[in-house]
Ligand binder design. Structure first.
Ligand code: SF4
Length: 158
């Protein structure tokens, strides 16, 4: 299917405005590989990591998904106002692939609307169609590995 960004790619550069790490009501949902990477990064077992840094979030499908805790009601548990993301090198795919997410890339309009939230949209370097598609597939593939509460491998961690 033809994409609105086919020919020219899209411009994006993170301005470090922090909006996406301090979003009221936002949630970073974790996949099994996110969990394993983050747990290693902070030197905990996966079970310990879940206890210390995670919560369960009920989605519209009625299932509960593992996500990072927040602090002060609106900040990611790993956001530090002086140093930024405390797990930057080990951060989850959801954070790494922003803003090249399916919903944001749906139409030119959805992309332009995201600018009211993220000042980096349409700024800085151009990302080619192949770069964008690669980020998009990482994002989509990661979604298939999200951790659902009571699923076989994680039931004992709940
Ligand atoms: S893990 Fe890091 S990049 Fe992702 S939301 Fe939290 S502070 Fe931001």
């Amino acid at each position: 299917m033809e994409k609105f960004y086919d020919d020219n790619g899209l411009k994006f550069k993170c301005t470090n405005c922090k909006a996406c790490c301090t979003l009221d009501g936002g949630a970073v949902i974790l996949s099994s590989s996110d969990l394993s990477q983050l747990a290693k990064y902070v030197d905990l077992t996966e079970e310990q990591f879940i206890k210390v840094y995670c919560r369960w979030l009920e989605n519209s499908d009625g299932k509960q998904y593992l996500c990072l805790k927040d602090k002060n009601k609106s900040q990611c548990v790993f956001w530090d106002c002086e140093h930024g993301c405390e797990v930057y090198e080990g951060r989850p795919v959801q954070c790494r692939t922003y803003p090249f997410w399916t919903k944001i890339l749906e139409t030119r309009n959805s992309w332009e609307k995201e600018k009211s939230f993220c000042p980096g949209i349409n700024c800085g370097e151009t990302h080619s169609k192949s770069e964008i598609e690669s980020e998009l597939s990482k994002y989509e593939e990661n979604k298939t590995k999200r951790i659902i509460r009571q699923s076989e491998n994680y039931a004992s961690f709940s």
